[in-house]
Every structure is written in structure tokens, then in C-alpha cells.
Design a protein around this ligand. Structure first.
Ligand SMILES: Cc1cc2nc3c(=O)[nH]c(=O)nc-3n(C[C@H](O)[C@H](O)[C@H](O)COP(=O)(O)OP(=O)(O)OC[C@H]3O[C@@H](n4cnc5c(N)ncnc54)[C@H](O)[C@@H]3O)c2cc1C
Length: 459
């Protein structure tokens, strides 16, 4: 076995597809016997949406999505960011429920040849042992990637620290079958009260989403409808006719970041590597971890890159999560700070965020918080046919875009690089070398610089 991915959540499935595109063998293990049908995320926001276009997945996701496209506004905690024209909105979104998202990703990974073993739980890393329906068995994967979520067993077994904070605020979130008129008096968005906050909203006709946040210890056992009623009475001072429960959950939010993303042959990605205390960023960052790591691991197992390339995964992705932790901590603070101090903070932050430059800066932090240069989706003409950069990137190969008939660069590129001679009115340079994850590793220059970028594409 070349690569074992632990966890068939969105990040593990995305990684499996990327590994297969790169030509690596992959087995995904998940302890759940069946896919997780809990609603959780309502969509994807940020650069991952553009990355799905690079893989030809945007259309499949759009078929599932309620909305797909640029966002004119987006909440930063309690403050609405307005990406008013003429500036191009920095954020794109696909509104698709997490179980549908996972179904699309599983279908794609399987089509590409990944094996998904559900009902198989990782027990130990050394020796690599999994407990399946027929008992425990061993394997010898060359690399193991923990995409096994917040309570990652891989992280624990690899001895990787997960410092940070978990706050005392409990979020109760439930979906209920109810008619909208029952909620005529309810507010949309979070209703801030002295004892906490309440959200009543609906994304699907006949289904109402109710959230209650309050500082309170987590009770034992599974969440119950009675508990939701009691929490509403405490925070709102009133009850709501919730209807028949479909799904109830309780979570406390955490702000945590793994100390390292790699320990020898073991890697972490997604929630196993980072937990953010405000919504909207976890899947964007987690799925982009998978895109960064997939081609690197595949190149190393295929023997076209050395093991050192794998160190660039931590170097490139850890700072992104650290920066995302900063912006989500601020969102959480803006949301949670109570009383007059909280009102003052929200008022002034809202005034600052109304400046277009500030809104754009925050929008870019939400988009990817990444300092690496990514290739823009330029319109091109290749062999007389119109196309786009995103379409050329579908095969997840390293591509040399030659915009100025640079025979010297084409010659220097060598056999592992796909060469695309293209006409482009907005070409940013004579030539670009673009990694499979869309990072520009070379931007015009001498053949020697191109050879260097190909030999050491990681930062
Ligand atoms: C209520 C709620 C709302 C959310 N809303 C949003 C949102 O709007 N936007 C957003 O971006 N994010 C949101 N999130 C967060 C998002 O759901 C997670 O970031 C995402 O699921 C993380 O994906 P993952 O693949 O890293 O981990 P997970 O989805 O947690 O998947 C981990 C998988 O690993 C498996 N596993 C664990 N241990 C083992 C083991 N030992 N052996 C084998 N398998 C194992 C588990 O069964 C699971 O399938 C929300 C989360 C919740 C709870």
C-alpha cells in the first residue's frame, strides 16, 4: 500500500482524488460503516471554489448547490462585509449541504480508482493496524495521512501537539420539521440577548434551523428536544414551537493548531490539523490542505520528487491555518463579547469594515489567507481553440504556459512538465510554471531559473 488516508470526511476524500490524479495508490479507511449524514456545513466559500474549477468539479457541485457564484456580501462574525463594486468580490461560494458534498467527492475519488473501506478503524500506527468488520489486520503503507477530524487518533498516535483554546460557550444546533409561519416572530440571523444568542432560520422549505449559544457546561448524553426548549427559555425568556426534531447537536468551539503537519511518514490535514472558532473557513482551508499535499505525496511515491518536497507541506500550509486562526478568533470575539464593551467593539469594527479597502482585506483573509502566488484564470487560445487556465489544469499536472514562443524554456522544462503554448492577451509574463495546485513556481526568466523551480517547487 502506497498511501493510507484515515478518514473519509470531505478532506480525506478530496485528498484521495488528488493522489489518484497524481498516480499514487490510495486506500481510505473510515470507522463509520456508512457516510455521515449529519448536515454540518452548508457550503464552501473561498479559493476552494476556484480550485474545484481546476479539477472540472465545479459543474458537479453546481448541480447539487443552491447557489454558486461570487458573494456581494459575507458575514465576518456579526459584521457584514459589503464587497461593493467596482472592486471584484473576493469571495465565491457554493451552497451545498455537507453530506451532498461528501457524496460528490466520494464518487469522484472512487471513479479515479481510490479504494474506500468504511467500517475500518485505525487502531495503531506502529505497526499500522486497522480494525475491520472481520477483526484486526495490518498493512505497511509508505505514508499515512490523518484526515480523521477534531479528535484525530493519527495526531495522538504520532505524538503531535494540538495547543489552543476551547471556550465555555456551548452551541446547540438543531434542524426541525416546522412550518415557517410558526416562526413569524423569529428573527433571521443571530439574536443577541444578555444570556446568549439565538438563531432561527431556514434553508429548505419545511425545515427550520435553530441555534442557541450560551455559556453553560455540556450535559451528559445525547441532546434532546426538551434541552433545546429549556435553553430557548433561558436565553430568549420565551419558548418556540420547534416541531419534530430531524437532527440535534451540541458543540463547544475550539481554536487549535497542530504544532507540526508532518512527523516522519505521517501527515495531518483538515480538522485533524486545525480547528477554527468561527464558521465558514474550516472546509476551505482543509480541502486546500488536501490539494497542496496530494500532488507532492504522489510525486514522491512515483519517484519524480525527493522526500524533501514533503516538508514544504507544513511550511506552506501551517501559516495559512495560523492566519485563519487569527481572523476566526477575531470573529468569535466580536460575536461573544457582551455588554457595552461588546457593543462598542462591534460598532467601531463595523465602521472600519465599511471602508472598501478594509472589506477587501478581510474578504481576502476569508478567501485563503495564503501568501503563495496562485495563477489567475486567464482566457487563452491553444491550437486556435479558446480555453482557460482552469481547463488546462484539469489533469493536475505541472504546466509550463509558454506565452512568447520561448523555445529555450520549452527545452529546459524536461519530460515531467506539460508544455502549453498559448496566446493570452493578459499574459503576466513570457511564461509561467504552474504547480498542480495552481501555485506559480516560475514567472518568466532564464532556463536555469526554470530548471531550479522544477527541481525544488516547494517553498
Ligand atoms: C454543526 C456544524 C456546522 C459546520 N458548519 C461549517 C461551515 O458552514 N463551513 C465550514 O467550512 N465548516 C463547517 N463545519 C466544520 C466542517 O464540518 C468540518 O471542518 C469538516 O467536516 C472537516 O472535515 P474533515 O474531513 O477534516 O473531518 P471530518 O469531517 O470530521 O471527518 C473525519 C472522518 O474521520 C473518521 N475517523 C475518525 N477517527 C477515525 C479512526 N481512528 N479510524 C478511521 N476513521 C476515523 C470519522 O469517522 C470521519 O468520517 C461545521 C461543523 C459542524 C459540527
Amino acid at each position: 500500500m502506497e498511501i493510507a488516508v484515515i478518514g473519509a470526511g470531505p478532506v480525506g476524500l478530496m485528498l484521495a482524488a488528488e493522489l489518484r490524479l497524481g498516480g499514487a495508490e490510495v486506500v481510505v479507511f473510515d470507522r463509520r460503516a456508512a457516510p455521515d449524514e449529519r448536515p454540518r456545513a452548508n457550503g464552501l466559500v473561498g479559493r476552494i471554489v476556484e480550485q474545484l474549477d481546476h479539477r472540472g468539479l465545479l459543474e458537479r457541485f453546481r448541480a447539487e448547490a443552491g447557489y454558486g457564484g461570487p458573494l456581494p456580501r459575507f458575514p465576518f462574525g456579526p459584521v457584514t462585509l459589503d464587497f461593493a463594486p467596482p472592486s471584484r468580490p473576493p469571495l465565491s461560494a457554493l451552497m451545498v449541504q455537507q453530506p451532498r458534498m461528501e457524496a460528490v467527492l466520494a464518487e469522484r475519488a472512487t471513479e479515479l480508482g481510490a479504494e474506500i473501506r468504511r467500517g475500518h478503524e485505525l487502531v495503531s500506527l506502529d505497526p499500522f493496524t486497522v480494525r475491520g468488520p472481520d477483526g484486526e489486520y495490518r498493512a505497511e503503507p509508505r505514508y499515512v495521512v490523518g484526515c480523521d477530524g477534531a479528535h484525530s487518533r493519527v495526531r495522538e498516535l504520532a505524538g503531535i501537539g494540538f495547543p489552543g483554546t476551547t471556550d465555555g460557550e456551548l452551541l446547540r444546533l438543531g434542524h426541525f420539521r416546522a412550518d415557517a409561519p410558526l416562526f413569524a416572530s423569529a428573527t433571521r440571523g443571530w439574536d443577541r440577548r444578555p444570556g446568549g444568542r439565538v438563531l432561527v432560520t431556514s434553508l429548505t422549505p419545511g425545515v427550520v434551523i435553530v441555534g442557541v449559544r450560551e455559556v453553560t457546561p455540556e450535559p451528559p448524553g445525547e441532546p434532546t428536544p426538551e434541552e433545546f426548549h429549556a435553553a430557548l427559555r433561558r436565553v430568549l425568556g420565551d419558548d418556540l414551537p420547534l416541531g419534530e426534531p430531524i437532527w440535534l447537536s451540541r458543540t463547544t468551539s475550539s481554536a487549535r493548531l497542530a504544532t507540526q503537519y508532518r512527523a516522519g511518514h505521517v501527515f495531518l490535514a483538515g480538522d485533524a490539523a486545525h480547528l477554527f472558532p468561527a464558521g465558514g473557513s474550516a472546509l476551505n482551508v482543509g480541502l486546500l490542505d488536501a490539494v497542496n499535499l496530494g500532488w507532492k505525496l504522489a510525486a514522491v511515491v512515483r519517484g519524480t520528487a525527493g522526500d524533501a518536497l514533503l516538508d514544504s507541506y507544513h511550511a506552506e500550509r501551517h501559516p495559512v491555518a495560523a492566519r485563519t486562526l487569527t481572523q476566526t478568533r477575531v470573529q468569535a470575539l466580536l460575536d461573544r463579547l457582551t455588554g457595552e464593551d461588546g457593543d462598542a467593539l462591534r460598532t467601531l469594527f463595523g465602521e472600519l469594515a465599511a471602508f472598501p479597502e478594509a472589506a477587501r482585506h478581510l474578504g481576502e483573509l476569508l478567501r485563503d489567507a495564503d501568501a503563495l502566488p496562485y495563477v489567475p484564470d486567464l482566457p487563452l487560445t491553444v491550437g486556435g481553440e479558446p480555453t482557460r487556465v482552469a481547463e488546462v489544469m484539469r489533469a493536475a499536472r505541472t504546466v509550463l504556459f509558454d506565452f512568447a514562443d520561448r523555445a529555450d524554456l520549452r527545452e529546459a522544462a524536461g519530460p515531467g512538465v506539460k508544455i502549453v503554448t498559448a496566446a493570452c492577451a493578459d499574459a503576466p509574463a513570457d511564461a509561467l510554471l504552474v504547480r498542480p495546485d495552481g501555485v506559480v513556481a516560475f514567472r518568466g526568466g532564464a532556463p536555469a531559473d526554470l530548471r531550479e523551480a522544477i527541481a525544488a517547487p516547494g517553498r
